[in-house]
Design a protein. Sequence first.
Length: 208
Amino acid sequence: MPRLPIVPTIVVALAVAAMIGLGVWQLQRRSWKEALLAQYTRNLTEPPTSFPKPPVGHEELLFRKSSVFCIEAHGWERQAGRNRDGATGWLLITRCRTGAEGPGLRVALGVTDDPKFEPDWKGGEVRGVIAQAPDHRPLIATLFGKAPPRELMLIADTAPEGLEPSMPPDPSTVPNNHLAYAVQWFIFAALAVVIYLLALRRRGKKQA
């Protein structure tokens, strides 16, 4: 029986073990995500809660009703969004100062089809639903290691003049693809083993 090449075998074994480990980790993440989605569904019927300070992390509060008093609005950020009729447009987000410490949190006030429109809104009480603020980090940055907590924002129930109320966030839109990711990692591990065995077989024939 031909001897196995030591270094390539160790490298392949480590790679396969890493892939299996990632698959198991994704299965664990699946259970975590299922529990989180159940919490989100319950949040839809929970009483209003105070908006967290600082407005980062606190994933358990997503889809919960809340309210803030915006002392002063700072600038306008535009993101793709939908109004309550499902029509696409620009979601206008402003950063609100809620105290003496300066701009405190982001509030999504409503949707417009005019990319240059700016509402004449100076602040006031805003009631709505807690959601995650837009995140512009590249996807690859969230795949390895522990990603920093996401910033939260409030999606307003009503919109100021010139804007239409935004489509409220829906827990059913939160993906739970961890099972598919786990299966992919297990398949990659199996393919690596099969390819290496075929390479060993070919090497053995050449030596013979």
